[in-house]
Ligand binder design. Structure first.
Ligand SMILES: Cc1ncc(COP(=O)(O)O)c(C=O)c1O
Length: 364
């Protein structure tokens, strides 16, 4: 028992010391990074009962901090430390109110690096609490959102100001343009798929910074050129050239076109509105027992629309990611007052043998 515990300890520091002290040398930073790496593991791929395809969900919410962004955060830190761009005492800066900020906050705490997340008023209460609990400085922009309700441009301006204040002592992970974010998914996420589900026919991937779709699509197309990659975006996002519109559910979409998208190999694009996203999140819980965040609902809705009928011949094998859990979306996706939350209130539906039916009391 003792030896099992010992294998999870750092060579020179007890885990409790890690949380408080700055790394004293580059060598110690590398040792702490190895500790973070040992906490990373492959996430399960499970089969869901779904017609007319063989549907597989990769449970990325089981990553140690809770989302698919653990992979990009870890890899961006790892590569910047290996290149010597991040050293003991370097301040990490990123514009994120969501999963990436959470993952960076947790990993930077272990590494003993200060992390400043730049967040905005749309941050979910649970994410803001998480960041304030783990970061000494959290910068929340107060300026007006742009016409589409997005704060991305304001947040990026704030990042520039912070970098100017910390010249030579800060590193901006820059998720929208950092090739390391794409490489994370090429090596880690897609590497697991090649090993565990090598004969998948379709992969549906939600897009925001485009790191996931770029890394996964490139690796899987190398592995199997016939594979189909379907990108999924939220209505109102500009990534695939649609008109910009106010979006309320964070996770997917963007008010800028991310440069990492140029590296992606995409066969089809499906755009999903917020009402369908919310319905699909509820369906995932009711039919499949998965309590997931908005982006997973968006992608599940796209899959349902893409394969509407029973297919003839071989059933395609379809994979998607459950990127995070639903907790941070209780106030929007899972709030009954949100548009599209149709199954609360007067006419609730029940699941009977996997199909929806009205309760007996309401049948005519
Ligand atoms: C929950 C969730 N799903 C999907 C994505 C999209 O991933 P990417 O930024 O790699 O395009 C994000 C990005 O923030 C996310 O938070």
């Amino acid at each position: 028992m003792l030896s099992a515990v010992a294998t999870f300890m750092l060579p020179r520091l007890a885990a409790s010391d890690l949380m408080r002290t700055e790394a004293q040398s580059s060598q110690e930073l590398v040792e702490r990074l190895a500790f973070v790496e040992r906490r990373a593991f492959e996430t399960p791929i499970i089969r869901l009962a779904h017609e007319p395809v063989d549907l597989y969900a990769k449970l990325e919410f089981l990553n140690s901090v809770g989302s698919i962004k653990d992979r990009s955060a870890f890899w961006m830190l790892k590569r910047s430390i290996e290149r010597g761009q991040v050293q003991p005492g370097t301040t990490i800066i990123e514009s994120s109110s969501g999963n990436l900020a959470r993952a960076l906050a947790a990993f930077c705490k272990i590494l003993g690096l200060p992390f400043i997340p730049v967040i905005d008023p749309l941050v979910s209460p649970i994410n803001e609490s998480f960041l304030r609990a783990h970061c000494q400085t959290v910068v929340k922009v107060a300026e007006q959102a742009d016409d589409s309700g997005s704060y991305l441009k304001v947040r990026l301006q704030m990042v520039s100001r912070l970098l100017a204040e910390h010249v030579g002592t800060a590193y901006w992970t820059n998720q929208y343009a950092n090739p390391d974010a794409m490489e994370a998914h090429y090596v880690l996420t897609a590497g697991e798929i090649c090993r565990r589900l090598p004969n998948v026919d379709y992969v549906f991937i939600g897009v925001s910074s485009a790191g996931t779709v770029a890394g996964v699509s490139r690796r899987l197309k190398e592995h199997n050129p016939a594979i189909r990659i379907v990108a999924v975006d939220a209505e109102g996002s500009v990534i695939f050239g649609q008109p910009e519109k106010k979006r309320r559910i964070p996770g997917l979409g963007s008010s800028i076109k991310p440069s990492l998208l140029d590296h992606a190999a995409i066969d089809d694009v499906v755009i999903v509105n917020e009402t369908d996203t919310i319905d699909a999140c509820h369906l995932l819980l009711e039919r499949h027992g998965l309590f997931v965040g908005g982006s997973t609902g968006t992608v599940y809705s796209a899959i349902r629309r893409y394969f509407p009928d029973r297919s003839r011949g071989r059933r395609p094998r379809v994979l998607f990611f459950c990127c995070d859990r639903g907790d941070a979306y209780l106030h929007n996706v899972y709030a009954s007052s949100t548009p599209g939350a149709t199954r609360t209130g007067a006419n609730p539906r029940q699941v009977v043998d996997g199909r929806f039916a009205r309760p007996a009391s309401q049948r005519g």
